[in-house]
Design a protein around this ligand. Structure first.
Ligand code: 3PG
Length: 204
């Protein structure tokens, strides 16, 4: 599995697992067959389990903050793990479960810790607060091999700034899966937002 194949990782906040299947299909059919389901809602684990059944869709878990949650996510069928911050026990548990892990790191010290744990790519979150593309460009000077996946405030209008950086293999964001559209069950609109995002990447 190449987590960065599409250069965008949709970050999903889902409140009702009943919406999971339609949402997964909307992402896949919109040309973005990958989803990071965040453990911010009670529906996360069940949604991962449902979406994991969809052929051609890569499903992972986000907002994973403890080793227990890594296990829960892995049991539900998550293929990858994303964490907003850096915890050695979370990184280790993900490895034990054989899951690629993208931990959060935004400071030089955190990036050094991540490197010491053998992490090759970090989530740079919240990117809009921690200095955006300019900060990542500056951090990549000393950390020449580290890859950064910015999330937080990334949108169709600014993702090109990030993706132009050689150290940014992909961005993450929720702009193509807005909560309002999920709640309104407007999955066609979500597919359209995905298609637009994919076209923007193709035009880079
Ligand atoms: C994340 O967890 O990656 C972020 O909450 C996504 O940020 P966004 O909602 O601003 O895209």
């Amino acid at each position: 599995m190449d987590l960065f194949a599409h250069r965008i990782i949709p970050v999903v906040v889902i409140n009702d697992a009943d919406d999971a299947e339609a949402l997964g299909l909307a992402l896949r059919d919109g040309g973005l067959p990958i989803a990071e389901i965040t453990f911010r809602t009670e529906a996360a684990a069940e949604s991962i389990a449902i979406m994991s059944e969809i052929e051609g869709l890569t499903v992972g878990a986000g907002t994973v903050v403890s080793p227990d949650q890594v296990e829960l996510a892995a049991e539900a069928g998550a293929e990858f793990i994303v964490s907003p911050g850096l915890r050695a026990d979370v990184v280790r548990e993900a490895r034990l479960d054989g899951k690629p892990i993208l931990p959060g790191a935004v400071t030089p010290g955190e990036i050094m810790e991540a490197q010491a744990l053998g992490v090759e790519a970090v989530k740079f979150f919240p990117a809009n607060v921690y200095g955006g593309a300019a900060a990542i460009r500056t951090l990549s000077a000393p950390f020449t091999t580290m890859q950064f996946v910015p999330t937080g405030g990334v949108s169709a209008s600014n993702m090109a700034d990030y993706l132009a950086l050689p150290c940014v293999p992909a961005v993450g964001g929720s702009w193509m899966v807005p909560t309002g559209l999920i709640q309104a069950k407007d999955f066609a609109a979500i597919s359209t937002l995905c298609r637009t995002a994919v076209q923007l990447v193709a035009a880079l």
